[in-house]
Write a protein that binds this ligand. Sequence first.
Ligand code: AHR
Length: 641
Amino acid sequence: MNVPIASMAQKVSVGKKISSDLFGLFFEDINYAADGGLYAELIQNRSFEYNPTEQKDWNPFSFWEYVSPGFSYGRISVETTSPINPNNPHYMVLDVEHVGHEAKFTGTSGVGLKNAGFDGIVLKANDQYNFSVFMRQLSKEPMAITISLQTSTGKVLAENKISTSAGDWKKYSANLISTESCDKANLVILATTEGKIALDVVSLFPEKTFKNRPNGLRTDLATMLADMKPRFIRFPGGCLAHGDGLGNMYRWKNTIGPVEQRKEQRNIWGYNQTEGLGYFEFFQFCEDIGAKPLPVLPAAVSCQNSGGTWRIGGTGQHALPMDEMQEYIQEVLDLIEWANGPATSIWGAKRAEAGHPKPFNLQYIGIGNEDKITPEFTERFKMIFEAVKAKHPEITVVGTVGPSPDGDDFTKGWEIANELKVPIVDEHYYTSPEWFISHQHRYDTYKRKATQVYLGEYASWGNKLGNAIAEAAYMTSLERNGDVVRLASYAPMLAKKNFTQWKIDMIFFDNLKICPTPNFFVQKLFSTNQGDYYFDKVISKNEKDTTLAASCVQDSNAGDIMLKMVNYGSSPKPMKIKLSCFGNIAPEALQTVLSGAADAENTFDNPTNVTPVETTIKISKAFEYIAPAMSLTVIRIKMKK
Ligand code: AHR
């Protein structure tokens, strides 16, 4: 539908209203995206909960080392008899029999534990690190504990001391300020007096987290995501949401409240998730960066690939027994109350207790993640959908239509959506760049005024510039169809170098550095240049040339006009721009060009090999633009004041 833009200064243009939430982010804890990644905790296996179901050789002592400097000796054991909380069953007991007093030894003598974090702890000179631990003194006398940050050769970069007191589990904290920068430091906890003590949730955070939030996020990664200005963030997955078997489904209630009471669990991608980055932190991050939260909850069935059935054809879906469904549905409804209910409601009170009395304004909720559309799924999805619709008509439910752009699950998923009038469904596709180029008209023929689309996961099998430009061409078609495609997010988003389970990702990182892919720059250029009206006659080009794509959107609040021009071909090609429908435009505009060789990519050694180039250009009401070979160009035009 073409409607006039009423709120703008220049009221002459007509455009098609499109989604104002179109481009957002997909977050899944895959590739160590959360623990060891965005979540700023520096200690690995902080709660001694690692176990062989995660990786065969893991156990509660994994990533810890017993240390007894100064000819000291003692014993350690992992115990479970009296934990801080039943959700966090394992803890470490340190029994110090003898602290050495040999003149030959000049360091600190004692018995304790060392942790090297996630492949080393990165310290910055003069920065503060906040240490905390839960301890229960098991012997009569108080014990002296020295906490230090050390280089791999044992040089002490920061040190502090704690003295324990009798009684039950208590949280002890100490600040550590590092005298030097170090890329691979260790945390050492040393009992320097004899006695017996239980320890759990040994934690170390940089003081400088994103927005200085406690239990917060790694600043550089979070800032990079914030700078993309995403309109929404989907979390916690992906397959992580529906889980590897019913016992592994992501249950949001396990991920809120004090971290020592959260339930760690096996990550479907083969490691451990502390849930330290849980629902509260996801919602808080969304709010901090102005993105709408889009939690995806399981549709009461597990991933069809549970038990590794990727290999034998996705037969691993299990469904919650019917007699557990009412409780499960209540869990879904409780999330809405937790997010939006008053602080006086049962679940709203828990949000308030966590420090957020105001509602989070949850608008979208996903039910299911690319599930196999079986009768068991269908029955459960309907029950959950109807319950949410009845109790919370204000919430927009996002359904699911399988893992592919077509096929059996896709067809059946859409049938359910049409029958139930599900507001939005989540389409997923990972395919070749050629597919993206040749399917640019996919949504042109989708029914208007019907179920809308969330393109929740997509990527074109590669992190080279050619892949990113194919995605850019496709994204212009998402804007053109922004009346049908309500939301879209590239996937997966984060990947830690040497810890990846999924090869093609948007942002690679290690403990120190970030390597943005060309795909990231394309996402960022679209995401930071979103509009809520689409104009189809502004850019003209050779319509027969499928390597060319273009779109024009306008942000009705600021009035800015954004032109996106894509050339997936191997030679420069002209496009004509006519801005006559826009009234008084500023004579200068910001032009950003991402271009290069199709096989160009970024690496940790050369992370800016492919990077957008910004220039200010002079423009007029009508001009020609020569789109460079293999390029995305964005021109952002302001209205004259
Ligand atoms: O994005 C990686 C995985 O791809 C997601 O977890 C899953 O939904 C899809 O199959």
